[in-house]
Design a protein around this ligand. Structure first.
Ligand SMILES: [Zn+2]
Length: 164
């Protein structure tokens, strides 16, 4: 009985641990990030369908990828990283830009585990709608606008302010 209660307590604390992640903050594990991204992807498709029911993103999957974030049109995947498994180069870049590791980690969370998720879905939308610009600058600019509008629509003004 004691063992059973211990197991239940462990499962419960496990769920609490994994429920603490929020967008715009560093995710501690790839499973939580993947699950959150899959939910966001479904919602993103729902928002698109409100505007145009003929456009389907064909259910892009989320993959953990230390080199993310990016959208891979070849296998229709949103590739996202987490801080703990990101290459030193990325951690170092964020740390140098912000001036400390703590602030670098915050920057990583704001963009790589936040802003860029609907940005990458913006690229998925560009391919699904067959509306790509002839240069990558405009494709990125357009994906930024899509990401920005998505988060504004979700009331993430404070998080976006931090990104600015
Ligand atoms: Zn992009």
């Amino acid at each position: 009985m004691k063992t059973l209660l211990t197991i239940i307590a462990l499962i419960f604390s496990y769920n609490i641990t994994f429920a603490q992640n929020e967008w715009f903050e560093v995710y501690g594990d790839t499973l939580s990030l993947n699950n959150a991204s899959e939910e966001l992807t479904k919602d993103f498709q729902k928002q698109i369908s409100k505007i145009d029911t003929t456009i389907s993103l064909n259910r892009p999957k989320t993959l953990f990828n230390p080199m993310g974030p990016f959208f891979n049109s070849k296998n229709n995947t949103i590739n996202l990283p987490i801080w703990d498994l990101a290459p030193e180069m990325f951690q170092g870049f964020c740390t140098v830009v912000m001036g400390s590791e703590d602030e670098g980690k915050e920057l990583f969370g704001l963009f790589f585990n936040g802003f860029y998720v609907p940005h990458e879905l913006g690229h998925a939308l560009q391919f699904a709608a067959d509306k790509r610009f002839d240069n990558e600058y405009d494709n990125e600019y357009n994906a930024n606008i899509i990401g920005l509008l998505y988060w504004k629509n979700k009331g993430k003004k404070a998080e976006l302010e931090k990104c600015y």
